[in-house]
Design a protein around this ligand. Sequence first.
Ligand code: CA
Length: 709
Amino acid sequence: MKVMKLALALALAAGIGSCGKPSGPGAVDAERLAAADQNAEWLSYGKGYSEQRYSPLEQVTTANVGQLGLAWYAQFDTDRGQEATPLMVDGVLYTTTAWSKVFAFDAATGKLKWSYDPQVAGAKGFDACCDVVNRGVAVWKGRVFVGTIDGRLIGLDAKDGKVLWQTQTTDKSRPYTITGAPRVVKDKVLIGNGGAEYGVRGYLSAYDAGTGKLLWRFFTTPNPTGAADNAASDKVMRERGASTWGDGEWKKTGGGGTVWDSMAYDPTLDLLFFGVGNGTPWNHQRRSGGVGDNLFLSSIVAVKPDTGEYVWHYQTTPAESWDYTATQHIMLADLNIAGQTRKVVMQAPKNGFFYVLDRATGKLISAKPYTNISWATSVDPATGRPVETPNARYGAGPALAVPGPLGAHNWQPMAFNAKTGLVYIPTNVTPFAYTDDRGFSYKPGAWNVGVDFLANALPTDAATQKAVASMIKGQLVAWDPVQQKAVWTVDHPYFWNAGVLSTAGGLVFQGNAQGELAAYDAAKGAKLWTYKAGNGVIAAPMTYQLNNEQYVAVMVGVGGGGQISAPGFMPNRPRLPGRLLVFKLGGKATAPEFKVPVRPAADLTNVNSTGDVQRGFALFHQNCQVCHGPNAEGSWLPNLKASPMLTTPEDWRSVVIEGALAPRGMASFARFMTPQDAEDVRAFVISVAKAPAAAPEAPTGARAAPAAK
Ligand code: CA
């Protein structure tokens, strides 16, 4: 009898009793998540459903932040980009690394509790426009959910990392990827995907948290065949979406509109908000014949989480033509505007305008540029549409526009502090020369953007290059969303810096490209504390309290696009393994200096190629530069000028055509290049490797040297 009572008590304690209240590791439920913004943990990607990334913790303050020291650290087995925000639930810190791996640590000591590797095939890295990154997990009722770069959604047991279910969320024959963190609303795991640079059709899906069964799906572009999808989006697509598309390549590509990052949820209104990406191809003329707004590209969409039923949308960039996604951070807040408390949605999408919308209706309250932009002057308050500048759509010839495809703000999360009333935005100024690719036709599996990257080799004259280089920068902007103006800004020497954390201790934490984690005064922007991480930081920090000590944690490791070496950009750096750094007041731990891998450049003295250098130049900039950087100088993937594979045509071909390095993410290019093409590229890379000083300096993301033919 006693034994049975004990067994019953244990069963209840383990959360399998009839009351339905979860307990044990990862016991997050609706009640806990609804209160998450105000507690000492970090229960969801953006902390709570509002995604404000503001912690009420105030043990670490502007007065004592100088005593912040390392409490513990962990080092990972990948040197690719680290974008995750860790979660801290019941004393366990959950994070992910590149290649979608999951780790659970004791949040006080750093002891590894478990890890999980979804064993993604390396060649899948080819389909990731911007590195094989992952932004984190969701935790709900004893389960940990991760989306993988090969399109799976996986439910793990929070106590040991064992797989409970996994579901393929994408068509494996198309170049879909998942980099974003899932969110959970009402026992539904929400996940989108990426791939709009290549050619996919975007959607958001809801899966049953217990079984992994698909519950609903909302497509963001019409079905190119004209057929119904039997999806949550069918009605609105039929009534409002389909008529906003013209004739064009979207019918082959799927139109893009991927939902690759932002979501937020308002439990009172019972509305789920998500951000939609760019079109495929980018170029509206090529995508849709220059016709129509192309709903729901570049939009914030509000739906009912139970069914996916459409409620409202706001399109930030109608007829998107620049890779101006609206997938950037969506944040909910209550703001006092003209004496009234307004429930708002805030977003700083790539296009450079800061939007404040009424979150019940989606109506525009205000929009102002949060940084330097050149493609539009303002947002018309009556229509909500940007007022574009002449030739912004580059139909009359190449147009140098700010921002470029990297956006005035990208995936790096913002943070809000209700006490200062400020939103802290990590911004970039990165110009790009948009040129219509008039001969564009869809190439399955390749980049399909309808913009001529070869022509973007311009400008070649030194004066223009210098002028453009001087524009490029990164900033941390403290933005007043009511007045729609900057209150303070911090300039960074390079662009592509980190996401942001805001705390009640009056602090704003942000990492940067040159490898620091820094704390700033939230009111004035003064830099109060710096830690040298030894490697660039792009992920957002988070904070939690445990055993009466406040911790600040951040993932370290560059990548994720944007790490291009050129004037104004962070110079080439060694590839270093990712790390998780966790700080507390008086922390005395030390992380060892990184061992910089020594990879001597190949001796090319007697190495030559019979290939055509000029042809190789063109092929390189059309196929290789997005990952390997203009003139093969390296981006987030290696500087090819130093590659030992250059030494013989056979070595080069084994990689480029035969896929010898596919397990590391460099898939075969045999679909896109002949062996002769590959040899021409080798001839070009050898030419720049032997004469680096001769390569003209051009600073845009697609810099290239000699005049293109
Ligand atoms: Ca994009």
